[in-house]
Design a protein around this ligand. Structure first.
Ligand SMILES: [Zn+2]
Ligand SMILES: [Zn+2]
Length: 318
């Protein structure tokens, strides 16, 4: 390493007005830097930040947040990097939602009048699909520690969109089927269908949500081999259930104000494909979990126990 040579510098031995003002300037700079460093140490992580994984600003903000997480909480999760991120993170630069920022955004929270997650079956459902809904109810109750109700099935006839095969228009389902029936006690209202969905400009969509209005519609059809003309087996049933649970915790998470997670491999990661979603854990990372626990104010140990019981019963060990 090369250091600048001091041999040519001139040093004045008698203090002049110029050197006094120089010392004052350095003192001021030192003071500002000291106050700045002190603020950086004690202030909560910045509320905004972001950029693509690996960008210097994102790394700085993320490191501040990682420093608030205990090693044992972090152990089962992988930090998100440009290498392990799915395609979504490398396409969309999303903000980093710290816990403090989340709290300050005043997210939707369950109240005594509005504390039920309502699942509305849309269109025809076979017996095994009705069983899937019951499993989802059980999972939702464990994950969110809130009551989950399966509503009376609704028809999709008003939302046909036959341009590309047998599909239904997700925007129409939200505006014409779900919103007019939004139950007064619903903290989140999720239409669930096995039919395929499309939206303007897209060949198909897995779902669509209007988070401020607490309403969304999600198709589970593509999660199962029958859609692709393939046979079902024990493994495909397990994967289909895992995907359905993930869509429930992810989408209801949005309704409770959680943004996509850019900190860890986490169920709240944005995803562009089934491969992305399958590569993400079923659970929330410690930061998203902290947001949820604060939001719903539940007994964390009971929640952990209920989830473990569900995973064991359905062979979804995480
Ligand atoms: Zn999402
Ligand atoms: Zn997360």
């Amino acid at each position: 390493m090369n250091f600048p040579s001091l041999s040519n510098s001139t040093v004045s031995k008698t203090p002049t007005a110029k050197s006094k003002s120089g010392r004052f300037t350095w003192l001021l700079i030192g003071l500002i830097a000291g106050v700045g460093f002190g603020w950086w140490r004690v202030a909560p992580p910045p509320s905004v930040g972001g950029g693509r994984p690996g960008s210097p600003v994102a790394t700085w903000v993320k490191n501040r947040i990682y420093a608030t997480i205990l090693p044992r909480e972090e152990a089962p999760f992988e930090r998100l990097t440009a290498d392990n991120a799915g395609s979504w993170q490398n396409v969309f630069a999303e903000p980093i939602q710290s816990f403090d920022w989340y709290q300050s955004q005043n997210p939707t929270r369950p109240t005594t009048q509005r504390n039920v997650i309502v699942l509305a079956p849309l269109g025809a459902m076979k017996v095994k699909e009705q069983k899937l809904l019951r499993d989802l109810k059980e999972y939702g109750e464990a994950f969110f520690q809130l009551p989950v109700r399966i509503a009376t099935p609704l028809s999709l006839d008003g939302a046909k969109s036959w341009k590309r095969g047998r599909q239904y228009d997700s925007s129409k389902i939200i505006s014409q089927v779900l919103l007019p029936r939004l139950p007064a006690d619903a903290a989140a209202y999720l239409g669930i269908t096995m039919a395929d969905l499309r939206a303007d400009g897209l060949n198909y969509v897995f779902g669509q949500g209007s988070f401020e209005q607490r309403v969304g519609v999600y198709s589970l059809g593509r999660y199962f081999p029958a859609f692709w003309g393939k046979k079902e087996n024990a493994q495909s049933v397990r994967i289909g259930l895992r995907r359905s649970c993930q869509v429930l915790n992810h989408e209801a998470g949005h309704m409770f104000g959680l943004m996509h997670c850019v900190l860890y491999k986490c169920s709240m990661n944005g995803s562009n494909s089934l491969d992305d979603a399958d590569a993400a854990p079923l659970d929330y990372c410690p930061v998203c979990r902290k947001k949820l626990l604060w939001n719903i104010g539940c007994d964390a140990a009971k929640r952990d126990g209920d989830l473990r019981k569900f995973y064991r019963a359905h062979n979804l060990r995480e």
